[in-house]
Design a protein around this ligand. Structure first.
Ligand code: SF4
Length: 374
């Protein structure tokens, strides 16, 4: 239990962050829009909370910088996590509108042709693993990078507010420390997005301080952070933050990122879904079983084509490297997914994805037939 002195100390630290945020917000030498990357996890919620606070603190005539909140939905997010993210973002935007704050927001999603199901079931990509992680770029990096690039072309330059902290892990600390701030500035140029700068307002805050703040301070957009705390308790901690570059990607699909996609076959076990099942949310059991089954069938050669999608046959050390899932295997996965969806009672795959998948199967059947005649 925190002592009164601890609580006073962390409030002092957070007041200093608020002051710095105000200085940055009012700095006319870099008056570009802010983009707050909001995953709905504890760190980005803390940044959102502080940003909202400082806007309320400023008189309306000084609230001239536009702020965008961007979230990403891979369309295979852990259902409770994505629903929390959407609910919180909607609440933030609604309150901002009522309070006339210059805040706008959007949820980015992958293109239909690039979703997890379109690639796995439609094109037969083998379930992703450490050696072939085809998903992060398509599901997470590209949709959000595109959003940011659109804002760059609209405004010339943008500043990304990230909830990253050195205390998250040694890898994160090393990654943060490898970036140099611009001279006399808190901003770092983004490694891959031109004209985008990164600002990390809570970089030196510890994990305990994040939780203490969230527990003792209700969000300025209304309600409390209780649902978030409960979500972490049930999921047994961890999160998959919003990923903006390959630099951030090592945390995606690792055992320390427990709030990833429910379909993630890169992790050995889905700890967040397991956590929900362990606390009695047994409706997630079919999803867990399906994920485990995807891992199981991945390397079974009877489910894999010997040719790659481009028609080539790949050999390594005299051994055939199998290609994508066969059309039959893709159909089998699809049927099983539809059963899981019925059992779960909520949409797991969209009609647009199903249409794309069926069209891709038809094209692949024709192509395979033509290849066999050649
Ligand atoms: S959480 Fe797993 S499935 Fe989702 S993008 Fe990351 S590595 Fe891929």
């Amino acid at each position: 239990m925190s002592s009164v002195v601890d609580v006073i100390n962390i409030q002092t630290d957070f007041n200093a962050i608020r002051e710095e945020l105000i200085d940055e917000y009012l700095d006319q030498s870099q008056n570009f829009p802010w983009i707050v990357t909001f995953s709905g996890g504890k760190d980005s919620t803390l940044v959102a909370h502080l940003v909202f606070d400082i806007l309320l603190e400023l008189p309306p005539n000084l609230r001239t910088r536009q702020i965008y909140f961007v979230s990403n939905d891979t369309l295979v997010e852990s259902p409770l996590v994505v629903s929390h993210m959407k609910k919180t973002l909607a609440q933030i935007l609604k309150s901002a509108k009522i309070l006339k704050l210059p805040i706008d927001g959007e949820i980015t999603t992958p293109k239909v042709s690039e979703t997890f199901w379109s690639l796995l079931i439609g094109k037969g990509y083998p379930s992703p693993n450490r050696g072939m992680r085809w998903c992060t770029d398509r599901l997470k990096i590209q949709p959000t990078s595109q959003y940011i690039l659109n804002k760059v072309s609209e405004h010339g330059e943008v500043i990304l507010l990230l909830g990253v902290r050195k205390d998250e892990s040694t890898t994160r600390k090393a990654s943060i420390e490898s970036h140099q701030n611009l001279e006399n500035s808190n901003l770092t140029p983004h490694t891959s997005l031109k004209n985008a700068y990164v600002y990390r307002p809570i970089v030196d805050i510890s994990t305990d301080e994040v939780w203490e703040f969230l527990v003792f301070n209700n969000p300025p957009w209304g309600g409390s952070h209780r649902d978030l705390v409960q979500l972490y308790r049930d999921a047994k901690g961890g999160e998959c933050p919003l990923i903006l570059s390959e630099d951030d990607a090592p945390s995606c699909g690792t055992n320390s990122s427990r709030f990833g996609c429910w379909t993630c076959t890169v992790v050995t076990k889905d700890k967040s879904l397991q956590g929900f099942v362990d606390v009695g949310k047994t409706e997630f059991q079919p999803l867990l079983d399906f994920r485990d089954w995807l891992v199981e069938i991945r390397n079974d050669e009877k489910y894999r084509q010997y040719r790659r999608r481009n028609g080539q046959i790949t050999m390594k050390n005299g051994k055939l490297i199998p290609g994508p899932f066969t059309i039959e295997a893709r159909q089998m996965i699809f049927e099983r997914l539809m059963q899981v969806q019925d059992e779960f009672g909520e949409e797991l795959i969209s009609p647009a994805e199903i249409e794309f998948i069926k069209r891709t199967w038809a094209e692949d059947v024709i192509e395979n037939f033509e290849r066999s005649k050649a």
